[in-house]
Design a binder for this molecule. Sequence first.
Ligand code: GLN
Length: 189
Amino acid sequence: MITIGILAVQGAFIEHQYILEKLGVKTFEIRQLRDLKKGMDGLILPGGESTAMGKLLHDLGLFNPLKDLIKSGLPVLGTCAGMILLANKLTNDSHIHFQTMNIEVERNAYGRQLGSFFTNALFGDQEIPMTFIRAPYISKVGPGVEILSVVNDRIVAARENNQLATAFHPELTDSTYLHEYFLSIIKAR
Ligand code: GLN
């Protein structure tokens, strides 16, 4: 059985849990260092507020252990703020986090009017529902990064080996497609 750890220090983690349970996956919440002993086949970094999450990761001593796990190849899904945590570079923020993924990200990229919106768009060759909430977007990808979705000329999903990042919240829709795609990365390992 696949077990996935979900970072649960802040933000929208419970919705990921519901979707994964629907898919028959075991999950646990990562709130402190000792939770990492449980062992996982995959990691989810949810949406929320990346600056707050980054600070909590350091305060709780989770930052380096999680970064090492990601660098060693643990499959990780970062959604929205979680994508910001993975980015190598942020165009408009001095707080950089794990820097494990070769993407450049702009925070709060859609401005106030379009702060939040919903759309259906292609992820790979599958159309899926996407919920954007004060979302970032990927302004640049480096070598080895596969672009998986573009909405309004902006890159909103990408993958680099074990790392999958989306600007939108797949857990806030009734589609399980993106989580199933993440599970396929785990199973292929
Ligand atoms: N705007 C948030 C940030 O910059 C991300 C928004 C989200 O995760 N829904 O951290």
